[in-house]
Design a protein. Structure first.
Length: 95
């Protein structure tokens, strides 16, 4: 079972790299925010997988819940900031 969880964690890390690409090279601010949110959600699942591997799920559930809450608040705050700035749907730099 541990080998299966390790493979799932590795696949999840590879999916996080795809989200990181969207974060770094997204065409708009909205795409970057979605990439950050996707990385945060996958990190929560990765924390739970680590809890299963170490057989300490009770401790890692608390950490994952706190991280999920912080991720949610951070993305809401950033999206509200960019919405107020009117830069959520378009890039502000000129080429």
């Amino acid at each position: 079972m541990n080998i299966f969880l390790l493979y799932v964690a590795l696949a999840l890390c590879l999916l996080m790299l795809l989200s990181l690409y969207r974060c770094l090279f997204g065409p708009s601010v909205l795409d970057r925010l979605i990439g950050v949110n996707a990385i945060g959600s996958k990190t929560v699942v990765l924390l739970l997988l680590i809890g299963f591997l170490y057989e300490r799920v009770d401790m890692f559930v608390d950490i994952a819940l706190a991280y999920a809450f912080l991720n949610f608040v951070a993305v809401l705050t950033a999206s509200r900031y960019f919405h107020k700035r009117k830069g959520l749907y378009e890039e502000s730099f000129t080429e």
